[in-house]
Design a protein around this ligand. Structure first.
Ligand SMILES: [Fe+2]
Ligand SMILES: [Fe+2]
Length: 262
């Protein structure tokens, strides 16, 4: 349900002059997201030794951040998370789906660890194989060293046909991070949403299907379903954090322990 006054085609409008920082963001992102960079960041962060925090605690901690890559929103992070989850809740979806709305961007805490935004947010894409020209600002990949490498710039690159996305390394960012932080506690559909919600080249452009397996194709519908809530809720007024908190603390408690590793 679209209750915002913004028209559908007005979202993700990267041509609009209003946020030129978005273009600069993608210039840096596409230049620096190489296979080596991704491997290094995975080693650095996926051992989850940064902190121990509860989900709600992290949502509040994250609230200091503004996302440069997003042309659509100037609302706070917690505001966006609650808008998304509340819209999912109003539509009558299962509770894990509501919870996904609340936690899907918590991986942006990477920014607060001191990571540059180009290594945290924005659309994601596979590394280690050819960059699709359907990726936003794909012309900037010319400056990426992997695009000069014969193997890494080939269609399959380091992968095999239909190897499955779980075997594909994605550009490093908040999706992969929150997936690893939460995967032991959530159903597979939720894991897919968290891990691939920024993979627009796949879920919206239909690219990279040659890397997907049957499970990926089956789960794509959940990623799609989620995307409409993530995107089209961004113009709402800020939800009332205080009155919503008891509901969400209760929901979090059903799936997560008091503190988890980040
Ligand atoms: Fe996100
Ligand atoms: Fe989001």
């Amino acid at each position: 349900m679209l209750t915002s006054t913004k028209k559908k085609e007005e979202f993700r409008d990267y041509e609009a002059e209003a946020r030129s920082s978005v273009k600069e963001f993608y210039r840096l992102n596409h230049k620096n997201q190489t296979l080596d960079f991704v491997r290094q960041k995975r080693r650095e962060f996926l051992s989850l030794k940064k902190s121990e925090m509860g989900i709600w605690e992290m949502a509040q901690y994250l609230n200091q951040l503004v996302d440069d890559s997003d042309p659509d929103t100037d609302i706070s992070q917690l505001g966006h998370l609650l808008q998304t989850s509340e819209e999912i809740r109003r539509a009558g979806h299962p509770d894990w789906f509501i919870l996904v709305g609340l936690i899907h961007d918590l991986g942006k805490v990477l920014c607060l660890y001191g990571e540059p935004q180009w290594a945290v947010v924005g659309d994601t894409f596979p590394v280690g194989c050819a960059f699709s020209d359907k990726i936003v600002y794909s012309e900037f990949f010319e400056a990426n060293p992997d695009s000069q490498d014969e193997k890494l710039s080939s269609r399959l690159g380091v992968y095999e046909e239909h190897c499955g996305l779980e075997n594909v390394l994605m550009s490093w960012g908040h999706d992969e991070y929150i997936y690893h932080v939460t995967k032991d506690y959530l159903p597979i559909e939720a894991q897919y949403i968290l891990r691939y919600h920024s993979f627009y080249p796949w879920h919206t452009e239909g690219e990279y299907n040659y890397l997907t397996n049957e499970q990926d194709r089956e789960m794509l519908k959940w990623v799609h379903k989620f995307n409409s809530y993530d995107l089209y809720t961004k113009s709402h007024e800020a939800p009332d954090e205080k009155s919503l908190r008891p509901f969400y603390e209760n929901l979090i408690g059903k799936y997560f322990p008091l503190k988890i590793r980040w």
